[in-house]
Design a binder for this molecule. Structure first.
Ligand code: NAP
Length: 463
């Protein structure tokens, strides 16, 4: 196929990527957006296969078959709650592929005795740095989310200074590699040191800041693809990498705002307190927690007019979304106004709760953002919190030493009665106690999320 035709196909795939991204901005168009992005990727791959430089197809086909098989298996078998880990892995693979391809092209160019343009030299070094930081950073994020290593922030004295010195050493080797690209050892030193930087810059991030780092690594994987796109002179890779890089950065910014964190705070701990929160569970809970039965919760609905349901990670874990939909329909049938309050970082991935509730056809207009729902809690009779903890924890407002200090929360404590469904008093992702569980207007229904909601439905029907 002529180069101009291949570029035309790339242009078409780029248009599909952009419209696909736009589709992903709303649940109603998200499935179509996803399909458009996948179609764009298919067109880009097929067009690339017509590249005249390809000498044989065997290895490419083998790669496509193995990659597609692994991708299909992952997509079919992965639990919804493990999606963040998978995203972290996929980001990492993107970074790894970028520096491996750049390395391979470097060897090919040396073998063919080609002239190295300045663009080529710089983008090779950039692929090595960004690709390796992304791969190792993502593997650490994966290990933390999968609880293979401690989820907590691991920090030591002088951490940021060591990272800064390491970065300067990497930059020096980048200079050497740009000056003498045929000395491939420089490239591999860049990759090795950047891998260490990837590890060192991800281990100090933990707790509630993990979603931000995942989306930042997503952005890095896009930038690594851009650098490799310049190495290969491949327009499609440059444009799609830029889209991933910029959308990842925008998402990072949105999540930082949602958690009231600055990017510097997340990455370097700047502005964060070194003092640890010392509050013990007993100081908060002892003698103050009131538990209820599903039948008692059902009785509360007799006089309620407005109900807000706040889902969290526990709803995803217990797969309670179908039962929640049935409860929502039942309460509305009984004359109550029911809305959902969705915190931007509820669950374990951006949009986690929206995806689960859209899956069970809860009308989109019933899903209210944190800003919208927070103005309504004072007029709300009952809030049902299902498996949410950190996103409703008032400590975020009061304790400056807590890991969620300053994070805007859903102000459910302002409602007349709060019913919290969870199995016990265990903390959420941030690992801290929650005074809401001991508040005067809070009732705890200790149970698995799905079972509790089904029991409430039965009790309401029996009443
Ligand atoms: P959370 O603070 O992690 O709390 C979840 C609660 O669910 C736990 O306290 C747990 O208590 C309960 N639970 C677990 N299994 C349950 C089950 N089967 N039935 C009922 N309850 C169950 O969740 P969240 O309020 O949704 O907050 C999300 C947290 O994750 C935030 O700290 C956020 O920063 C972080 N995070 C978010 C993302 C994202 O992108 N959304 C990504 C990574 C991390 P019991 O064990 O007592 O039942």
């Amino acid at each position: 196929m002529a180069v101009s035709l291949i570029n035309l196909a790339y242009l078409f795939s780029t248009i599909l990527f952009i419209y696909g991204l736009k589709g992903l901005t709303h649940p109603r168009t998200a499935v179509r957006g996803n399909l458009m992005g996948a179609l764009g990727m298919l067109i880009a791959i097929v067009a690339t296969l017509f590249n005249a430089k390809i000498a044989s197809y065997e290895i490419i086909i083998a790669g496509l078959v193995v990659g597609s098989a692994i991708g299909t298996l992952l997509a079919a078998r992965i639990r919804m709650t493990a999606i963040p880990q998978i995203i972290a892995l996929l980001n990492g693979f993107g970074g790894g592929a970028s520096f491996l391809v750049a390395g391979a092209v470097l060897y090919e160019s040396i073998y063919l005795n080609e002239n190295f343009s300045l663009q080529f030299r710089i983008s090779i070094a950039a692929s090595g740095v960004i690709g390796a930081v992304t791969l190792l950073g993502s593997l650490i994020a994966f290990a933390k989310l999968q609880e293979l290593i401690s989820e907590k922030a691991i920090n030591f004295k002088g951490h940021n200074i060591i990272n800064a010195i390491l970065f300067l050493i990497i930059l020096s080797f980048c200079g050497l590699s740009v000056y003498k690209p045929e000395e491939t050892i420089f490239y591999w030193i860049i990759v090795a040191l950047s891998s260490i930087l990837g590890i060192l810059s991800t281990i100090p991030i933990g707790g509630a800041d993990m979603p931000v780092v995942i989306s930042l690594l997503n952005s890095y994987s896009g930038l690594a693809a851009v650098a490799t796109g310049f190495v290969l002179n491949n327009n499609s890779l440059i444009i799609s990498g830029s889209l991933v890089g910029s959308s990842g950065l925008i998402l990072t910014q949105i999540m930082c705002i949602a958690m009231n964190r600055s990017l510097a705070h997340v990455l370097f701990g700047i502005g964060s307190t070194t003092e640890k929160m010392t509050t013990k569970d007993d100081d908060i809970y002892a003698g103050r927690v009131k538990s209820v039965t599903p039948e008692e919760v059902a009785m509360l609905f007799d006089v309620a007019r407005r109900v807000v349901i706040v889902p969290g990670y526990g709803m995803a874990i217990s797969q309670a979304q179908y039962a929640v939909r049935d409860l929502f329909l039942l309460l509305e049938k009984n004359g109550m106004t029911v809305e959902f309050g969705i915190h931007p970082v509820a669950g374990r991935m951006p949009g986690h709760m929206n995806v689960l509730l859209a899956e069970v056809n809860i009308p989109y207009e019933k899903l209210k953002t944190m800003e919208e729902i927070n103005t309504t809690f004072e007029q709300t009779d009952i809030v049902i919190v299902i498996g949410a903890n950190d996103v409703v924890n008032p400590i975020a407002r009061t304790n400056t030493k807590s890991p969620i200090a300053g994070m805007p929360i859903l102000n459910v404590d302002k409602a007349k009665t709060v019913v919290i469904i969870k199995r016990g008093l265990s903390p959420g992702f941030a690992g801290i106690p929650n005074p809401l569980f001991a508040a005067d207007n809070t009732l705890m229904l200790f149970s698995d999320g799905k079972k509790a909601v089904l029991d409430i439905i039965s009790a309401v029907k029996a009443a």
